[in-house]
Design a binder for this molecule. Structure first.
Ligand code: KG4
Ligand code: ZN
Length: 372
C-alpha cells in the first residue's frame, strides 16, 4: 500500500511516499529556516504563506522521487494536530483535496505520536521489529514538545509526563540565541559542544518532585543567560532615580554585565557542552524514573523509543544507547533523516491507522491541540 504523507505543522513543508508503512520511497522537506532566521523564531503568518506557496511543488517532487503518479496512491495521510493552526490548515486542505479527487481514504495523524513512529521506519533496508518493541516507553523531544509516554502500540499511546515550561528543543534554541549563534540553535549547540568542557559550568538539573515525570528547562535557560551575560545590572542613574528602578520582582533588568560577543570561542563551546550535559542528565534521569515507576506498577516496558528534532542530538543518542545497554532495554532511535519534522513519519502512522480500520472523512479539522 502506498500512502502519501503531508506535514505542515510548523516551519517545514513536507511530503513523502511510504510503502506498507515502513519503506520510505521519497522524503521531501522544504525548510523555511531562512524566512524566520531574522526573527529568531517561527513567525506563524510567514509560515502559513510559505506552506501555501510550496505545498503543490513539494507533493509533486515527492511523487516524482518515488517514481509514482497520483493515480498509484492508495491513501493520503496528513498531520492535522498539534501545531500552528494557519500552517496546519494548508496541509489539511491539500490532503482533503487530493483524497477527494483521487477517491482514496484520508487519515489525520497526530504529529507528536508520529515522531515516535519515525523510529520504526526502515533505514538501509533494516528496521526494528514492532513486536520486539512494545510495550514501550516513548520520549518525544522537539522544539514544541517534551513528553514521556507509555505506548502499547504505535496507535495506543498514553502521556505520563511532559514539560511544565519550555520544550528541550526550545531551550537549545534559546541557549544558541543567548550565545548569538543563530536559529535553529540545536544543531549549532550540538556541534560547538563537541569542542567544549562539559564540566566548565554546573548548570541546574531540574528533578521536580521525587515522583514527577514532568520536565522543566526554564531554570537552565536562565542560568545560561546569567553565565553568559552576568547578573542583570541596575545602572548608577537608576540608583539615583528611584522611579527608574525596576520594581521588585518586575523581572525587568536594566542592563547586563557583558555582551555575549565578549566570550571567546572556547568559552562559548564550554557553555554549549555544559548546557548539553545538563539537558541530557534531565532526560536520562526522567527515563530511568519512568522505567522504575512502570516496573513498580507491574507494567514493565521492553524498549525505549525516542523521537523529535532533539533525537538528532549526538549526546542524547549516545547516552540513550548507553542507558539501554546498562538497563538491558532495547533503544529505538529514528534514522537521522526522520528525526526532524518530516512527512514519512506521518505516512507511516497513517498506514497503521488504515490497517487498524481507521480513517477520517472530509470533516477532518486542523487543531492546535494534540491528541495525547
Ligand atoms: O521535531 P522538530 O523538527 O520540530 C518540532 O516538532 O518542534 O524539532 C525541532 C527542534 C529545534 O528546536 C532544533 O533546535 C532541535 O529540534 N534540534 C536539535 C538538534 N537538531 C535539531 N537539538 C539538539 N541537537 C541537535 N542536533
Ligand atoms: Zn515535530
Amino acid at each position: 500500500m502506498l500512502v502519501l504523507g503531508i506535514e505542515s505543522s510548523c516551519d517545514e513543508t513536507a511530503a513523502s511516499v511510504v510503502e506498507d508503512g515502513v519503506r520510505v520511497r521519497s522524503n521531501v522537506i522544504a525548510s523555511q529556516h531562512d524566512l524566520h532566521a531574522e526573527y529568531g523564531g517561527v513567525v506563524p503568518e510567514i509560515a502559513s504563506r510559505a506552506h501555501a506557496e510550496r505545498i503543490t511543488p513539494v507533493v509533486r517532487r515527492a511523487l516524482d522521487e518515488a517514481g509514482v503518479t497520483l493515480h498509484d496512491i492508495d491513501a493520503v495521510a496528513v498531520g492535522n494536530r498539534p501545531g500552528l493552526i494557519g500552517a496546519l490548515v494548508v496541509g489539511v486542505s491539500a490532503a482533503k483535496a487530493l483524497a477527494w479527487s483521487l477517491d482514496v481514504p484520508l487519515v489525520g495523524v497526530d504529529h507528536v505520536r508520529a515522531h515516535l513512529y519515525a523510529a520504526l521506519l526502515e533505514d538501509d533496508g533494516s528496521r526494528p521489529s514492532a513486536s520486539d518493541l512494545f510495550p514501550a516507553l516513548g520520549l518525544v523531544i522537539s522544539g514544541g514538545h517534551t513528553a514521556l509516554f507509555r505506548s502499547e502500540s504505535p496507535l495506543c499511546v498514553t502521556r505520563i509526563g511532559s514539560t511544565i515550561d519550555d520544550a528541550v528543543g526550545e531551550a537549545y534554541d534559546k541557549c544558541a540565541a543567548i550565545l548569538g549563534l543563530g536559529h535553529p540553535g540545536g544543531p549549532l549547540v550540538d556541534r560547538l559542544a563537541a569542542h567544549g568542557n562539559d564540566r566548565a559550568h554546573d548548570f541546574p538539573v531540574s528533578r521536580l518532585s521525587e515522583d514527577s515525570l514532568d520536565f522543566s528547562f526554564s531554570g537552565l535557560k536562565t542560568s545560561v543567560l546569567y553565565t553568559v551575560r552576568g547578573r542583570p545590572q541596575v545602572t548608577r542613574e537608576d540608583l539615583s532615580d528611584v522611579s527608574a528602578r525596576p520594581a521588585k520582582g518586575s523581572g525587568k533588568p536594566t542592563g547586563w554585565q557583558r555582551e555575549a560577543s565578549s566570550l571567546s570561542d572556547a568559552e562559548r563551546a564550554d557553555v554549549c557542552a555544559s548546557f548539553q550535559r545538563a539537558c541530557c542528565r534531565v532526560l536520562m534521569l526522567k527515563i530511568e524514573r519512568a522505567m522504575e515507576m512502570e516496573k513498580a506498577a507491574g507494567r514493565g516496558v521492553r524498549s525505549l523509543i525516542i523521537g523529535g528534532g532533539v533525537s538528532a542530538n549526538s549526546r542524547v543518542r549516545r547516552e540513550a544507547l548507553e542507558l539501554g545497554t546498562r538497563r538491558g532495554l532495547k533503544v529505538a532511535l529514528p534514522p537521522m533523516a526522520y528525526c526532524l519534522d518530516n512527512a514519512a513519519m506521518i505516512a507511516g502512522l497513517g498506514h497503521a491507522r488504515l490497517v487498524a480500520g481507521e480513517k477520517d472523512d472530509l470533516s477532518l479539522a486542523a487543531s492546535p491541540m494534540g491528541a495525547v
